[in-house]
Design a protein around this ligand. Sequence first.
Ligand SMILES: [Zn+2]
Length: 290
Amino acid sequence: MQNHAGEHIVSGLIHQKYGFDNVGFHMGSDGITLDINGELTKEQVEAIEEEANRAVQDNIPIQVTIPAKDVLKQMDYRSKKALEGDVRIVEIPGIDVCACCGTHPLKTGEIHLIKILSLQNYKGGGRILMVAGMRALADYAGKHESIIEISHLLSAKTGEVCEAVSRLQKENADLKFRLVRMKKELLAVKAENFGADKDVICVQEPDLNGNELREYANLLIQKAKRVLVLSDGGDDRWRYVLADGNGKAKELGAEIQTLFDGKGGGSPAMIQGTMTGTFKDIQQWIETHL
Ligand SMILES: [Zn+2]
């Protein structure tokens, strides 16, 4: 009843102020959705919510009548379809007049609270999600619990969590940026430590993504004729990049496919993909291929 009557007030006010009709209505687990055949702004909906709650506070008696035909003819009331016979009119004076056969509280004060949760564009009009009464209280309780938990996690006051999250996002972006730079520097130093003029370099390095694997292989191929870089070999399944100074990477890729269940591809100078095997076996294989 609280949600139903709350919907009367919101639809009635929208009709009264903007002339839009409620053209669809659904009572779901999240609340009531009501579809209106016109677009409202966020500010307009906020104003409607405030006015709806003022109507609750005013504790207006909700009147139910079945007017005589001639009286009904003169009445301006909301109705989804043309009605025959006796029409039950539910009136909230000053707010809404609507044909409805549902049950309603005696006074608007019994609705307690009306909260509009969202507004979205829908079929050229708008869709409003709202809750009223005890469901609005439950919604508030759930959100309150969340914000308290978030504020503890962030060590921020409840009114300052948005700023705290923004700060955290910025810090996170800065850290990522620094991490990428430091990783680059580290790989450059590691590559340098291999010395020059090697035949083969086969190396495993944790936590390298595809780009980093390629960059590392590009650095190492300046030190050796052939390079195989492997990363994150959980269950002996590796991401790899193989670079070959003599343009034989694709031929080696075909062998990787057969011997190590390899997937992937690339150019004669460099291939990348995944392969399975122990590091020792892979190392032995690449070193005997000169
Ligand atoms: Zn009703």
